[in-house]
Design a protein around this ligand. Sequence first.
Ligand code: CUA
Length: 355
Amino acid sequence: MWLRSVALILLLMLGLAWAAEPGQAGGHTLNILDGEASAFNREVRGLLAWVMGFAALVFVVVMGALTYVTIKFRRTGKESGEPPQTHGNDRLEVLWTIIPTVIVLTIFGLTARSMFRLEQPQPGAMVVEVRGWQFWWDFHYKEHGVRDSNQLILPVGRPVTFEVTGGDGSNYDVIHSFRIASLVGTRDAIPGVVTRITVTPEKEGNYYGQCVELCGASHANMRFRVMVVSQEEFDRWIAEAKAYQASAPTDPTLQRGEELFKQQCAACHGLKGVAQGLPNNPDLTFFGNRTTVGAGMWPNTPEYLEAWIKNSPGMKPGVKMPAFLHLSDQDVKAIAAYLLSHRIEGFDFDKLEKF
Ligand code: CUA
């Protein structure tokens, strides 16, 4: 009987191990233990190794003792009455109090050391304000006065401090949590509260960001992308982003797109040089440089963008943007083409390696 149970448990564990293999999401390997890209993740990985080591030790000792007792004292059928009973063992009780206490204190000490290391202020860190909204992310480069939504461009090798907060104090605000899986995390995005987290990205690439606090119907669809580029590329990006002014289109489709954008979208969405928008909606200034639509959800192609404009609530539950089913396909195409035409030339973020 017990042999069958052990076999069943082994099978179950094998199944779990298989199911837990690093998954792919839009080409991203989600691995919070990836230590290649930041000292932050390496520190957390080191800490986890200790915790898992102790957990394995406890598992082996407890399960070993349990297995031994179960086999050794199992009913054989030859018993007559109750076996001899034992009560209390001072030495054992002291031992099994001291050992867990030592383990807990060791983990406490290691955790405190890691937290102290990770909280060290980094001189010369660039400050980016991160604001979580239902269900998207806003980024504000404070020293440069540049705003971008759902996509964050960072220079490699320079510390960046994220000032994480949420919403604007309205009734719809809930708590989100900021995490870039292979780089840094986690900090809660709490309306009215600013929490800080600092990291130095060490490797260029396209990183996967995700909200990690249950926040409503589209919690799982609240994603963003982080592009880590060379310092030169970043400097060029930020200078052009700062100076960006949308120019009046000459192409008739784009002219129609601009007209429609002003009528349908501009009350909510900002686009530098065209519309101020409102801070509680994604900024669309560099939409042509975005790699995704719908806050990290779909590739930023005309097809997905058109589908999104037409019926975003049908694609992402709980989204605040209404459907624009009354617009003709041609009008939707014109708006999409217009949005995609706003880009800073010379950047192809889709080419970056994904993490
Ligand atoms: Cu925002 Cu989960």
